[in-house]
Design a protein around this ligand. Structure first.
Ligand code: 8YV
Length: 328
């Protein structure tokens, strides 16, 4: 009987079955479950060539630096901004991720947040539950159909959002660092111009230093008092303190947010506002999509071990060139 490859799992995965499947196929140690993870790394770090993590958990440099024989990381998620590139490249480890399989569900949630923010759906649910309906009418809100949808980051997810928009008779324009060849949508050369043009600004750009706080007070003011912001990308792309002020002062009409600068801690003042819809980073969180992501995590790892090539590898250099481009 051949022994199963050893795998270091950084923490519990976002789909419990995946924990079981990894433990079935590999000799797994879960770092976060160790009594003393730091000591475990010192004592056993050199034993691992393979590691599994997620976009949300990421992979910090101090862990990679404790794994001198690391060859491959299989990450659950399309974002790779939380994986420490410099240390991974130093140790020569390749990284697999899960692009493509979550585009539909992330775009669906972008639209759910857009419609909710525009129509006040979550606020109306609170209104009914509080018993306010018998005391008065719920306020009127904003039409979404036929409006202008600005997409910041026209990658796979951005273009899936654009397809959804066609069903709502919306006009679509986008901003990326560069125009996408062959895209049927109108390109605007700056985020500020896109925000000025849009009724709804949807963020689907990759996170990381290249896009940090690009949606700032100036961009929010360009979106204006009739405009809505939707973020299904990374909290880091938005200056959250500036967003809170813009929402409080009604300098924008509203927002729908699935991601935050410091998850799981949205800015405290967001919680008090009725013109923002808050979701706990659930865009990929459907049975179907999380299953497809888990399958790709397993396939990336198995194929790398068998052939030395993963199914889908993180495009670090493309990401560097297109820091202000789409989320893969
Ligand atoms: C997370 C995400 O992967 O794919 C991404 O980049 O942000 C999400 O789909 C999910 O929350 C589990 O980490």
């Amino acid at each position: 009987m051949t022994s199963r490859p050893r795998v270091l799992q950084f923490g519990k995965m976002p789909l419990p079955q995946l924990d079981a499947e990894l433990a079935r196929d590999y000799e797994v140690s879960i770092l976060s479950e160790q009594a003393d993870p730091g000591r475990f790394l010192v004592e056993h770090g050199a034993e691992f060539e393979y590691l599994v993590t997620s976009a949300a958990m990421g992979l910090p440099a101090h862990v990679v630096d404790a794994l001198p024989r690391l060859r491959f990381v299989s990450s659950f998620g399309v974002g790779f901004d939380a994986l420490d590139r410099a240390s991974l490249q130093r140790v020569g480890a390749r990284v697999g991720y899960t692009p493509g399989v979550l585009d539909d569900c992330v775009a669906d949630l972008a639209f759910a947040l857009l419609l909710d923010a525009a129509r006040g759906l979550s606020a109306s649910d609170r209104f009914v539950r509080r018993g306010d309906w018998s005391r008065g009418r719920f306020g009127i809100h904003t039409r979404a159909s036929g409006k202008r949808l600005g997409i910041f980051g026209m990658g796979r997810i951005g273009s899936t959002v654009a397809r959804r928009a066609a069903g709502f008779d919306m006009q679509v324009a986008y901003h990326n660092r560069r125009p996408i060849e062959g895209s049927p949508h109108h390109y605007l050369p700056s985020l500020l111009e896109l925000a000025r043009w849009a009724d709804f600004l949807v963020i689907t750009a990759a996170g990381g230093e290249g896009t940090r706080h690009l949606v700032n007070a100036q961009v929010l003011d360009a979106l204006g008092p009739q405009g809505f912001l939707v973020n299904v990308a990374r909290g880091s792309v938005v200056d959250e303190a500036a967003l809170v002020q813009a929402l409080q002062q009604r300098r924008i009409a509203g927002a729908g947010l699935d991601v935050f600068e410091d998850e799981p801690h949205p800015h405290a003042q967001l919680l008090a506002l009725d013109n923002v819809v808050l979701a706990p980073h659930i865009a990929s969180g459907t049975h179907e999509t999380r299953r497809a992501m888990a399958d790709l995590v397993l396939r990336n790892l198995a194929q790398f071990i068998a052939t030395g090539e993963p199914v889908a590898e993180v495009p670090w250099s493309a990401a560097q060139q297109q820091a202000a481009s789409a989320a893969a």
